[in-house]
Design a protein around this ligand. Structure first.
Ligand code: SF4
Length: 231
């Protein structure tokens, strides 16, 4: 959990710059300030989807994904090798300086990387951490809010389900509603359950509307950042 709500500890003022870090590995055995991650982009914006829609957040989009959803809207994130490693200290500093109340670690599939060091740094800076994952790789890091977006192309691991705060299932066809229920049955009772239309499949919208009317324990998640034209 966050330990210093006022910001980064004083010694971080002398952190080396992004370019000085090259490709330091992430990992449990290193101090977080000695690590780096492959990053496609990081930016201050509005959380467009899910339970925290409309709230300002700092997004860190880690590179690399082995899930392969054909409708993926961030395919440029898949190949980790084309993205730079950025020092964890620089990611933490950028997130803290943004003034955002929480950070969203997303991807790609962020759990391809050991998130322990990144979480340690963000918590030291007083930031809450939200994770958006397919759950298809082992969990790591101290996460405050886990959003599971399961994909049938590479199923979530059993270990992820007890940790899920928010289940967000992308819907293209009626079969995805069955898939959503199958995953919801494995989540804790507290899990918020959301159905999200795939952006380029508008035919899914009436399916979802009818389903939520009949099953009010589910709610609808829209990709509002696309309506707002923000990243
Ligand atoms: Fe794209 Fe996410 Fe699917 Fe990976 S898991 S292919 S990043 S939608």
């Amino acid at each position: 959990m966050p330990s210093d709500p006022e910001g980064l500890p004083p010694e971080t003022a002398h952190m080396p710059s992004e370019s000085a870090h090259g490709s330091l590995p992430s990992g449990k055995d290193r101090h977080w300030k000695e690590t780096s991650y492959p990053v496609m982009e990081h930016f201050h914006t509005i959380q467009g989807e899910g339970v925290h829609t409309g709230q300002a957040a700092y997004f860190i989009r880690l590179a690399g994904c082995d899930v392969g959803c054909w409708w993926c809207d961030v395919k440029e994130s898949w190949d980790e090798s084309i993205h730079p490693h950025i020092a964890t200290v620089d990611l933490v500093r950028a997130a803290a300086d943004s003034g955002a109340g929480f950070t969203v670690i997303t991807g790609g599939e962020p759990l391809l990387h050991d998130l322990s060091a990144l979480c340690e740094g963000l918590h030291e800076a007083g930031l809450r951490i939200h994770l958006e994952t397919s759950g298809s790789s082992p969990m790591s890091g101290d996460i405050d809010w886990v959003t599971l977006s399961p994909k049938r192309f590479k199923e979530p691991l059993d270990e992820v389900f007890p940790l899920v705060d928010e289940l967000k299932v992308v819907v293209l066809t009626r079969k995805d509603l069955q898939y959503a229920e199958k995953n919801a049955a494995r989540c804790p009772a507290r899990t918020r359950k959301m159905l999200q239309p795939e952006w380029d499949t508008p035919a899914s919208i009436p399916l979802i509307v009818d389903y939520v009317k009949a099953h009010p324990e589910w709610t609808i998640s829209l990709q509002t950042h696309k309506y707002l034209n923000v990243p």
